[in-house]
Design a protein around this ligand. Structure first.
Ligand code: DCP
Length: 252
């Protein structure tokens, strides 16, 4: 992973924060990002996993903390009506989690401290929102508005939402479909293979073919580690060990 020149010495709080690498785990729905993130958390003391705030999307609250609705469910029930609202909310909640400072434990780390995010504001835009636009579930006005605030916020937050690496858990959509069925998240019961194939294509365009048109120049240079997530890394200790070694090499 590339390091910025001022990251080598640790003399003050900002230097400590700048030392922390930010990496996101990307991949199709149900490929195993959360499971993989947990593996990393256990494997290295200097790694901190920041989970995706999916629970927040399932339980939208009013100002007085009353549950108002399940936006994830609404989006799957009526994508035409709710995709834009969902993508606004998911990206905003992700920005909020991503802006939280790394924990003190990480700042004191002796090795290379790494904050690991499940997904990023970049897959929100270049996988999901783009896909919904291409499917016609986000119209051209919504897409223009989305891109405008997304670019503005990402540029304003600067380094706080930048990544120094991406781990792409790559698996055939059929495999993700099987895992999605096993997990049985209520809101996703209507998800079809065809939708996972489309999301797979968006990941491939962005991370493998590099054909997605990116607004952020810096993002085009972020190194990508591709792992074969069709392997059963949850069950097989050999695969787990291999993946951990690959990730450690990637971080060093
Ligand atoms: N989602 C979406 N748009 C986004 C982000 C997520 O529609 N910008 C949806 C897709 C899923 C749910 O939210 O229904 C969570 O998706 P993820 O793939 O991010 O998380 P998983 O829990 O499926 O990942 P994994 O099983 O790999 O841990």
């Amino acid at each position: 992973l590339s390091r910025s020149p001022h990251c080598h010495s640790s003399t003050g709080p900002m230097d400590d924060i700048n030392r922390v690498k930010r990496v996101s785990i990307e991949g199709n729905i149900a490929v195993g990002k959360s499971t993989f993130a947990q593996l990393l958390q256990f494997a290295g003391q200097d790694w901190e996993v920041v989970p995706e705030p999916v629970g927040k999307w399932q339980s939208i609250e009013s100002g007085s903390s009353q549950k108002v609705s399940n936006l994830l469910d609404m989006m799957y029930q009526d994508p035409q009506r709710w995709s834009y609202t969902f993508q606004t909310n998911s990206c905003m909640s992700r920005m909020r989690t991503q802006l939280q400072p790394p924990p003190a434990r990480l700042l004191r780390a002796k090795g290379v401290p790494v904050q690991v995010f499940e997904r990023s504001v970049y897959s929100d835009r270049y996988v999901f929102a783009l896909n919904m636009f291409e499917l016609g579930c986000i119209n051209s006005t919504e897409w223009a508005v989305y891109q405008d605030w997304h670019s503005f916020l990402v540029e304003q937050f600067g380094r706080q939402v930048e990544l120094e690496g991406i781990i792409y858990l790559r698996a055939p959509p059929q495999k993700c479909m099987e895992r999605l069925g096993q997990r049985g998240r209520m809101e996703e019961k209507g998800v079809q293979l065809d939708y996972l194939e489309k999301l797979h294509t968006q990941h491939e365009r962005w991370l493998i073919d590099k054909s997605t048109k990116l607004h952020f120049e810096r993002l085009t240079w972020v190194p990508v580690l591709v792992l074969d997530a069709s392997l059963e890394f949850e069950e097989d200790p050999k695969v787990r060990a291999k993946f951990i070694t690959q990730v450690k090499d990637f971080f060093s």
